[in-house]
Design a protein around this ligand. Structure first.
Ligand code: AMP
Length: 280
C-alpha cells in the first residue's frame, strides 16, 4: 500500500494512474478503523481498479471540542488493517496540510438537511463535513466515493454536495455493519465501558421493534413504543424519529408509495451514538 502525507505527492501519483486509465474508489474515514470501514474498502475493491482510503480527524466537523479531543486515534493498527484488506493507497494528511491557511468561512446551501436531526443537533457539523469532503474530492478526484448508511443523513448531505458542485463522482452507500448482538460498529464504541456497550444494544432493539411492527402500527404508536423501549434503559435520548426516507422530513402518516427510515441518537457515558434502520 502506498501511503501519502501531502496533497502534492498523492495528486501526482494519482495523475499518473489516471493516465493509465485506472479508475478509483475512495473511502474517506476518521480512522480507528473497524469492520464497518473495512466493508467499505471491500466494496470499493469490487467497483474500481484502485482503492483509496483517507484517515483524517477533521476538526471543523466537531461542534464539541471535548469530542474532538477524545476521538480515538489508532493509526498504526489502521495501516495494518488496510494492508491486510488490500487497500492500494492511503492518504494520511496532517491538519496543517488540509488547512494550511486562514480561509474564508466555508458555507454550502444544504437546504433542510442542515436544519433537521444531525443538522439541528450538531450546529455546523455538516458544513465541516462538506468542507473536508470537498477538499478530499478535489485532491483524490475519484470515480466513486463510498459512505456508510450508518450515517444516513450524511450520505444525503454528500449527494447534495456532489449535485451542487456538479462533481463527476458516483456516491455509493453501503449497509451498516453490526456486532453479533446488533450494535452498529462505530469508532466511538471503544470509548464505552462493557456496561455501556450492553446499554447501547437498546438502539438496535428499538429500531428492530419499529421495523417488525411497522405495518401494523401507526407512526404515532411506533414512535411512542420505541421511545418507551429506549427510556427503560439509563440512556439519554437525543432523538428518535420516523422520517420519509428521501426528504428526512418527520412522518405523520404512512403513505403506500413512500419509504421510511427510523433515525436515533442517544448519549451513553457521555458518548454520542447514532443509528438508523430503513423500515420499508
Ligand atoms: P468515520 O470514520 O466514522 O467518519 O466513518 C467513515 C465511513 O465509514 C463513513 O462513511 C461511515 O458512515 C462509515 N461507517 C462507520 N461505521 C460504519 C458501520 N458500522 N457500517 C458501515 N459503514 C460504517
Amino acid at each position: 500500500m502506498e501511503i501519502f502525507e501531502t496533497k502534492e505527492a498523492i495528486q501526482s501519483y494519482l495523475e499518473e494512474q489516471r493516465s493509465f486509465q485506472k479508475t478509483s474508489a475512495f473511502v474517506p474515514t476518521m480512522g480507528a478503523l473497524h469492520e464497518g470501514h473495512l466493508s467499505l474498502i471491500q466494496a470499493a475493491k469490487k467497483i474500481a481498479d484502485l482503492t483509496i482510503c483517507s484517515i483524517f480527524v477533521n476538526p471543523t466537523q466537531f461542534n464539541d471540542p471535548k469530542d474532538l479531543e477524545k476521538y480515538p486515534r489508532t493509526t498504526e493498527q489502521d495501516i495494518l488493517l488496510l494492508r491486510q484488506h488490500g487497500c492500494d493507497i492511503l492518504f494520511l494528511p496532517t491538519v496543517e496540510e488540509m488547512y494550511p491557511e486562514e480561509e474564508e468561512k466555508w458555507h454550502i446551501d444544504l437546504g433542510e438537511l442542515d436544519k433537521i436531526w444531525e443538522g439541528a443537533n450538531r450546529p455546523g457539523h455538516f458544513q465541516g463535513v462538506t468542507q473536508i469532503v470537498y477538499k478530499l474530492f478535489q485532491i483524490v478526484k475519484p470515480n466513486y466515493a463510498l459512505f456508510g448508511q450508518k450515517d444516513y443523513q450524511q450520505v444525503r448531505v454528500i449527494q447534495s454536495l456532489v449535485n451542487s458542485k456538479q462533481l463527476p463522482i458516483q456516491i455509493v452507500s453501503q449497509e451498516t455493519i453490526r456486532s453479533e448482538k446488533g450494535l452498529a460498529l462505530s469508532s466511538r464504541n471503544s470509548l464505552l465501558s462493557e456496561q455501556g456497550k450492553e446499554k447501547a444494544l437498546v438502539l438496535y432493539r428499538a429500531l428492530s421493534w419499529v421495523k417488525t411492527n411497522f405495518n401494523t402500527n401507526s407512526i404515532k404508536n411506533l414512535q411512542k413504543e420505541a421511545t418507551a423501549i429506549i427510556q427503560k434503559e439509563e440512556v439519554e435520548l437525543e432523538y428518535f424519529a420516523i422520517c420519509e426516507a428521501d426528504s428526512l422530513q418527520e412522518a405523520t402518516e404512512k403513505q403506500a408509495n413512500k419509504s421510511y427510515v427510523a433515525l436515533v441518537v442517544v448519549r451513553i457515558e457521555n458518548i454520542r451514538l447514532i443509528d438508523n434502520m430503513i423500515l420499508q
